[in-house]
Design a binder for this molecule. Structure first.
Ligand code: COA
Length: 137
């Protein structure tokens, strides 16, 4: 891993964004667990907010990479999504999203899904433009 300045590391920490949801019946599949496509939408949204908070620039999703659904999320569970920018490129940002499953009536909580998304800062003409912060390339 290349060196990253303390300022950038602090900024990346500030990008940390969390969203908490409940798995209602209108978001489940025929197995009674959260539909994967809905979760991917939630992941995209929380990651987008993390990027936008960090940059205050227009960004678009260019890639949703390696999403691992390790544990199903049954109807009636609390779901917390936590996004953090982990890589700063020239025009792109890498965001790690972790999804935690939390029971409603006990303290059990586990990491259920992980994913990595990439966003690109774009101009009004929707072309890639340099980020307003500089990372390690
Ligand atoms: C995002 C978009 C503007 C990028 O344009 P492009 O001409 O492919 O961009 P470039 O090849 O110049 O790459 C720009 C950056 O994105 C990165 N990138 C491009 N494709 C990528 C991919 N599939 N995965 C990861 N990174 C990618 C490049 O590595 C580069 O990063 P860097 O500047 O930090 O080194 C274009 O692909 C696009 O408009 N895609 C549709 C976006 C969209 O509609 N998203 C859904 C709604 S938000």
């Amino acid at each position: 891993m290349t060196a990253m300045s303390k300022d950038i590391r602090a900024s990346l920490e500030q990008s940390r964004t969390s969203v908490t949801k409940l798995v209602f019946p209108n978001t489940t599949n025929h197995h009674g667990t959260l539909f994967g496509g809905t979760l991917m939408q939630w992941m995209d949204e929380v990651a987008f907010i993390a990027c936008t908070r960090l940059l205050r620039q227009k960004v678009v999703t260019v890639s949703m990479d390696k999403i691992d659904f390790k544990t199903p999320l049954p109807e009636g569970t609390i779901v917390e999504l936590i996004a953090k920018v982990v890589h700063v490129g020239t025009t792109s940002l890498g965001v790690r999203v972790q999804v935690f499953k939390e029971n409603m009536y006990d303290d059990e909580r586990e990491l259920a899904v992980t994913g990595h998304l990439t966003f690109v800062a774009v101009s009004e003409a929707r072309k890639p433009i340099p980020l307003s912060i500089h990372g390690d390339g």
